[in-house]
Ligand binder design. Structure first.
Ligand SMILES: [Zn+2]
Length: 361
């Protein structure tokens, strides 16, 4: 992964490339910005440039021994193997410090407890950070320098953050640490103050769409609408392709189709089912986009212009009925529910009210 291969973030890439070319890359960096925009990808590209044996003009050459090793380690199936191996040993903290090259470690949080149970959010543990600190303090094995990427750095628990702080206070001369986080404010201020902050904005829609077309073979029309739906997050745009996403959307369409026939008990059951969703924000974004498609259909928009063009024949009958009439208002309700869930709203109650609105109350 080279800096030039990363999509978007032209300004950030240019600044980092210049720092690398002048050998002025700060010892500690914090890459902060929304999920799914490429922060970790860019952090790994910087790490590769740091380790590259040639690094012409601060960019990894892509051909030397170090570059080849890192590319091989970053192959998705190889990373998956490392993650599976770690999950088989949930009591061994260091297993989630993945060594991608003798001098490059990628640290990720645990999704399992030490007893092997699933966690709602990942956690980076103190033992894992202690192992990392020992690595950071060490001299390079092969390259001139060492690089450490800590993904979702805000998931370091308090003890872990305290431990890492000492490393950042006195950075060893030949190590670079890059913290990656979508919630930088969850990091201790003392950690943030020791890192050079690099902010990432959302990706332009065109960049997300181009990635879908070129790398995933998504048809252009569909790529544009998915990019619009994803709000500048490539991660979200890719999630729309997954089987789980397809099932979730199917559940929503089925709910819209029978919304008016639901008795009070069935409505409560439907609300409970929505509440159980793994990603309520994505679910509500999808519901809103389905309702907007109904609006567009009523306004006579061509089928291929819909976000959900692939199921236009199922949306058309809904558009001509009561749901279609109220689609504008209901889409707004879905948007409001999404905002409400970002705050402290009761999830089940929010979905109860939303299902009632869909059913025509
Ligand atoms: Zn190289």
């Amino acid at each position: 992964m080279r800096l030039a291969d990363v999509r978007g973030h032209d300004r950030v890439r240019a600044i980092l490339a210049r720092a690398l070319a002048r050998d002025r890359l700060p010892p500690a960096l914090l890459f902060a910005g929304p999920d799914g925009v490429g922060k970790k990808t860019l952090a790994l590209a910087v790490a590769q440039a740091v380790l590259c044996e040639r690094a012409p003009a601060g960019e990894a050459c892509g051909e030397c021994r170090a570059c080849r090793k890192i590319s091989a380690a970053l192959a998705p199936e190889r990373l998956e193997e490392l993650r599976n191996e770690a999950d088989r040993h949930p009591d061994e903290d260091v297993w989630r410090n993945f060594r991608l090259h003798p001098d490059l470690v990628l640290a990720e949080g645990w999704w399992l407890t030490k007893a092997g149970r699933a966690r709602p959010e990942p956690e980076i543990r103190v033992d894992q950070v202690r192992d990392l600190i020992a690595e950071i303090a060490g001299a390079p094995f092969e390259a001139r320098r060492r690089a450490f990427v800590v993904d979702d750095a805000h998931t370091m628990n308090e003890a872990a953050q305290n431990a890492l702080l000492k490393s950042l206070e006195e950075p060893p001369p030949r190590s670079h640490v890059i913290l990656v986080s979508a919630s930088p404010l969850a990091l201790r201020q003392t950690i943030r103050s020791r890192c050079q902050l690099v902010r990432f904005g959302p990706l332009p829609r065109a960049a997300v769409a181009a990635h879908l077309v070129e790398r995933r073979g998504t048809p252009e029309e569909e790529a544009r609408t998915r990019a619009a739906l994803a709000g500048g997050s490539l991660g979200a745009a890719l999630a729309f392709e997954s089987e789980a996403y397809g099932q979730m959307r199917e559940g929503l369409v089925a709910l819209l189709e029978r919304a008016e026939a639901l008795d009070p008990l069935a409505r409560m059951e439907a609300a409970e089912a929505l509440e159980q969703s793994e990603d309520p924000a994505l679910l509500l974004t999808t519901l809103r986009s389905l309702l907007r498609d109904l609006l567009a259909l009523r306004a006579g928009a061509p089928l291929e212009s819909l976000v959900h063009a692939d199921i236009a024949e199922r949306l058309a009958p809904l558009a001509s009925g009561r749901l279609g009439e109220q689609a504008g208002l209901l889409a707004e309700r879905a948007g409001e529910a999404r905002s409400a869930l970002r705050g402290f709203a009761n999830k089940l109650l929010t979905f109860d009210l939303l299902v009632d609105a869909l059913a025509g109350d």
